[in-house]
Design a protein around this ligand. Sequence first.
Ligand code: IMP
Ligand code: MG
Length: 174
Amino acid sequence: MAPALRVFLTSAEIQKRIGEMGASIAKDYPSGPLYLIGILRGSFMFLADLSRAIAVPTRIDFIGISSYGKDKSSSGQVKVTKDLDVSIEGCDVVVVEDIIDSGITLSYLLSLLEQRRPRSIRIAALLDKPDRRQRPVHVDYVGFEIPDKFVVGYGLDYAEDYRALRDICILEEG
Ligand code: IMP
Ligand code: MG
């Protein structure tokens, strides 16, 4: 049977929470500028909305990290598929991630970015599944803590499908 989608977070709920996240980020960096580093590809929609919710100057770049293939759980192997185009040395950086699951992707990425000597580095994640954590990661700004369910939409995919949905939905196997 085809998988079924059940709405879990509506577009309105997501936008309201992103407004709150943007306000607390702006409060923590009152003078900007802030480098927002989006992790491709799942964070692209969140980054677009979060950047507009932060009322201090921001700059944007993306890094491509892959650890998943077509599966629903991490392969445990992480590789950089697209590096940053800019230097972040001396910059205040906020890494923007769609969802934190095992923590493997982010702990790898943080050690990579720290070698580039930013002035500070924090993490903003729209979704967090704390029950699934295998590596400890401190997330500074969390949108929603969610249970251990596979979700799609608002940038998140399953085998590259469903990214364009406005709501975040639980993907239920038929
Ligand atoms: P981690 O390395 O296990 O923390 O995996 C993080 C990455 O796995 C995220 O950036 C997503 O790309 C992907 N991921 C984890 N859980 C989900 C999910 O429920 N739906 C879609 N992608 C997910
Ligand atoms: Mg991702």
